[in-house]
Write a protein that binds this ligand. Structure first.
Ligand code: M6R
Length: 672
C-alpha cells in the first residue's frame, strides 16, 4: 500500500528518493516524507522535527565534542502528494548520500504532517519508514510511555521506531532514566550498549506482531540502511557502488535491473560495499538471526512501461494498451494444430490438473470478477466444478479443501494480503496452490507451486483495466487446456483458439468505434448520483466490474447485479433519474436480458446497452446503444468491459476526479 524507497551510494540521495517516490505514488498518496543522513560541520543544520512535522528543527545534540564533522538526521515530510514534499525539500536543500523515502496510505491515524513517515525514536536519531500494520503497537506503546517515551503521532510505526531506539542505545536509556525498565523488555542482552542497528531492529521485530516492510537509518550508524520484511514486499537494488531498497521495482529500475527479493522473515543490512541478509526470527524453517545468501536476479521491465507515453492518465494509457496486452497474454502459448494451449508454469502439474475433482479460485476486487468469469468458462468447457471465493472470506473461515483440489489465486500485483493469506491457508490444507499473476517475482508468484503470468506489464492506474482482460485471456487458455484434458474436441478447441486470436483486433475496433460516443455519454451522465449495471451469464461479472470501476474513480454510487435478480429488490430504485447500463451481447441469455430492459424502461430508467454489432432489436428498446464486435460468448466479457472502462474514465474526468489516484485507495492492498 505505502511506497518505500531507500538509497545508499555516492550520489545525492534526495533527488533519487523523490523520483522513486513519484513512481511509487500509485501505492499511496495521502502524505510523503524522506529522511536523509547529512554530514555536518561544526554547525548543526537540523536533526529532528517540529510537532507539526513540516520543518526539521535543530535539537543541538549533533556536533561531536571536538567539533569535527558528524552526521545529522534530516526529515522532511508533509500531508499531500509527492509534489508537496518536493516543494518542501527544495525550500531548504539538504545534502546526503544515504536516505529513505515514503508515500503513505493511512492505516493508523489520519493523513497529516505529523502522521507522515518517516517516524523517529525517542532520541530522534533513528528514522523508520514502514508499510504494513503493527498489531500489538498499543501494548508496546503503553509500556514505553510508562518509561517516559513521548509520542508525537497516532501511528503504529512511531512505536516501532521507539522500540528500535530502546534496543539500540543503552546510554540513551540510562540518560532518560529508563534503565530500570530494561529488564521488563525481557530481550536485552548485557552488552546492549554495543548493539548494531541491525541487531536492534531484529530484536524489536521479534517483539512485534503484524506485517511490515521497513527501512531504518540512524545518525549514529550513518553508513547503512537496515530493512526487513514480513508480509509487505521489499526489493533490494544492486547498482555499481550504490544500492537501493524499494517496495516495488518501479522505484529503482531507472538505476538498476539487478535485484534481490527479500522474503518474509528476512532482513538486510545495506552498506556502500554490499548487502548482508539474514533471517529475523525462528520460524520453523530457520533458527532466526542466521545469515543467508540470496540470489541476484535481473528484472525485465522497460522504463516506458511505467510512464504515461503521451496519455493524460495511466488508466487511459492502460485501457488503450489492451489489444497488445491481450496478444502478450497468448503469446507462445497456443498449439493451433492440436486445438490446445501450453502454459509453461503449469507443465509440472498436468497430472494434478487432469485429476482435480474441483478447482478453488480466490481473489479480490477486479481479479475476483475475472475469477467469476473463469469459473463460468471452466465449468462450461472442462466440466470441472469450480468454487470461487473472496480471499478475505476464505482465509478466516474454515474452508473445506479435499484430496486433489487445486487452488488458483488471481492477483494483478501478486501482493494482495488477503489473496496471499488465502493461498497459504489452501496450501496448508493440502491444495496445490497455483497463481495467475501479473507482477513477475511478486510474493504470490514466488510462493505458488506454479502458475501463469498474464504479462500485462506494469499497471499503474489504481483502477485495474488491462490486467482484467489479460486475466480473462489466461483463464480462457486455462479453460481450453482443462477442456482438452477432458471432453473438449480438437475441433472445438481450434474454434476457441481462432476466436481468441481475433480478439486483439476486435478490442482495437471497440476502442476506435466507441470512445467518442462514450465521451459524449459521460457528459450527459456525469451528475448522476447512482448507476445500476446489469448483466447475465458471462456478463454478470462484467456488470460487477463496470460498477466497481465507476464507483472507485468517480465516487458515484453504482451497483452491479445479475439482470434477472433486479426484480427481487433493486427494481425499487428505478425511476427517471436512474441510468441503467445493461450488458446484452447476443448470447444464450440475450432474449432474457431484453425482457429485463423492458422492465427498466417501464419504470422510466435510462438504459445504456452494450450490444453486439448489427443488433437492431435492442436499438428500439435502449436510449443509447454501444456496439461491440461479435465473438464467442465466453469471450464477450473481454469486449463488453472496454466501453465500461471508458465510461467510468470519462465520467470521472468530467467530474474532475483524479482517476489514477482515487481517494482512499491504493494500488496494491498489502494490509488486510
Ligand atoms: O493486485 P490484485 O489483483 O490482487 O488486487 C485486487 C484488488 O485490490 C484490485 O483489483 C482492486 O479492486 C482494484 N482497485 C480494482 O480496480
Amino acid at each position: 500500500m505505502c511506497g518505500i524507497v531507500g538509497y545508499i551510494g555516492n550520489r545525492e540521495a534526495a533527488p533519487i528518493l523523490l523520483s522513486g517516490l513519484h513512481r511509487l505514488e500509485y501505492r499511496g498518496y495521502d502524505s510523503a516524507g524522506l529522511a536523509l543522513l547529512e554530514t555536518l560541520g561544526a554547525e548543526v543544520r537540523s536533526s529532528g522535527f517540529s510537532s507539526n512535522g513540516k520543518r526539521p528543527v535543530d535539537n543541538g545534540q549533533r556536533t561531536s565534542d571536538n567539533g569535527q564533522r558528524t552526521t545529522g538526521l534530516v526529515i522532511e515530510k508533509c500531508k499531500g502528494k509527492v509534489t508537496a514534499l518536493e516543494t518542501l525539500a527544495q525550500s531548504t536543500p539538504h545534502h546526503g548520500t544515504v536516505g529513505i523515502g515514503h508515500t503513505r496510505w493511512a492505516t493508523h491515524g489520519v493523513p497529516s504532517d505529523t502522521n507522515s513517515h518517516p517516524h523517529t525514536d525517542q532520541s530522534e536519531r533513528i528514522a523508520i519508514i514502514h508499510n504494513g500494520i503493527i498489531e500489538n503497537y498499543l501494548s508496546i506503546k503503553e509500556r514505553l510511555a510508562a518509561r517516559g517515551h513521548t509520542f508525537r503521532s497516532e501511528t503504529d510505526t512511531e512505536v516501532l521506531a521507539h522500540l528500535i531506539g530502546e534496543y539500540y542505545s543503552e546510554s540513551e536509556i540510562r540518560g532518560t532514566g529508563l534503565d530500570s525498565h530494561v529488564s521488563e523488555l525481557g530481550h536485552r542482552s548485557p552488552d546492549a550498549g554495543h548493539r548494531t542497528l541491525t541487531e536492534a531492529v531484529r530484536l524489536a521485530l521479534n517483539e512485534v506482531v503484524g506485517t511490515y516492510g521497513i527501512a531504518v537509518v540512524s545518525a549514529d550508524s550513518p553508513e547503512e540502511i537496515v530493512c526487513a520484511r514480513n508480509g509487505s514486499p521489499l526489493v533490494l537494488g544492486v547498482g555499481d557502488g550504490e544500492y537501493f531498497v524499494a517496495s516495488d521495482a518501479s522505484a529503482i529500475i531507472a538505476h538498476t535491473r539487478q535485484v534481490i527479493y527479500l522474503a518474509d522473515n528476512e532482513m538486510a543490512t545495506i552498506t556502500r560495499s554490499g548487502i548482508k541478509t539474514r533471517t529475523i526470527s525462528a520460524d520453523g524453517l530457520s533458527g532466526g538471526n542466521e545469515e543467508i545468501t540470496k540470489p541476484v536476479e535481473r528484472i525485465e521491465m522497460e522504463l516506458e512501461a511505467i510512464e504515461k507515453g503521451g496519455y493524460e492518465h495511466f488508466m487511459l494509457k492502460e485501457i488503450h494498451e489492451q489489444p497488445r496486452t491481450i496478444t502478450d497474454a497468448m503469446r507462445g502459448r497456443i498449439l493451433e494444430e492440436e486445438g490446445n494451449v501450453k502454459l509453461g508454469g503449469l507443465q509440472n502439474h498436468l497430472q494434478e490438473l487432469r485429476r482435480a475433482p474441483r478447482l478453488v479460485i480466490t481473489a479480490c476486487g477486479t481479479s475476483y470478477h475475472a475469477g467469476l468469469i473463469g469459473k463460468y468458462m471452466i465449468e462450461q468447457y472442462a466440466r470441472v466444478p469450480v468454487t470461487i471465493e473472496y480471499a478475505s472470506e476464505f482465509r478466516y473461515r474454515n474452508p473445506i479443501i479435499e484430496e486433489g483440489d487445486v487452488m488458483f489465486g488471481i492477483s494483478q500485483s501478486g501482493e494482495t494480503a488477503d489473496t496471499l493469506a488465502a493461498m497459504r491457508e489452501g496450501k496448508r490444507k493440502g491444495a496445490l496452490a497455483l497463481g495467475i499473476v501479473n507482477v513477475v517475482g511478486s510474493t504470490i508468484a514466488r510462493e505458488s507451486d506454479g502458475g501463469v503470468y498474464i504479462h500485462a506489464g506494469p499497471e499503474i492506474g489504481v483502477a485495474s483495466t488491462k490486467a482484467f482482460t489479460s486475466q480473462l485471456t489466461v483463464l480462457s487458455l486455462l479453460a481450453i487446456m482443462l477442456g482438452r484434458m477432458r471432453h473438449l474436441s480438437v475441433v472445438d478447441g481450434r474454434a476457441m483458439i481462432h476466436a481468441l486470436r481475433e480478439l486483439p483486433e476486435k478490442v482495437q475496433k471497440t476502442l476506435d468505434d466507441t470512445e467518442r460516443q462514450i465521451m459524449e455519454l459521460a457528459e450527459s451522465f456525469k451528475n448522476a448520483s447512482n448507476f445500476l449495471y446489469l448483466g447475465r451469464g458471462y456478463n454478470y461479472p462484467v456488470a460487477l466490474e463496470g460498477a466497481l470501476k465507476l464507483k472507485e474513480i468517480s465516487y458515484i454510487h453504482a451497483e452491479g447485479y445479475p439482470a434477472a435478480e433486479m426484480k427481487h429488490g433493486p427494481i425499487a430504485l428505478i425511476d427517471e433519474n436512474m441510468p441503467v447500463v445493461v450488458v446484452a451481447p447476443q448470447d444464450d441469455v440475450y432474449e432474457k436480458v431484453l425482457s429485463n430492459i423492458q422492465e427498466v424502461r417501464a419504470r422510466k430508467g435510462h438504459v445504456i446497452a452494450i450490444a453486439t454489432e448489427g443488433d437492431t432489436k435492442i436499438h428500439a428498446l435502449a436510449e443509447q446503444v454501444i456496439y461491440i464486435p461479435e465473438t464467442l460468448a465466453m469471450l464477450t466479457p473481454i469486449l463488453s468491459v472496454i466501453p465500461l472502462q471508458l465510461l467510468s474514465y470519462y465520467i470521472a474526468t468530467a467530474r474532475g476526479c483524479n482517476v489514477d489516484q482515487p481517494r482512499n485507495l491504493a494500488k496494491s492492498v498489502t494490509v488486510e
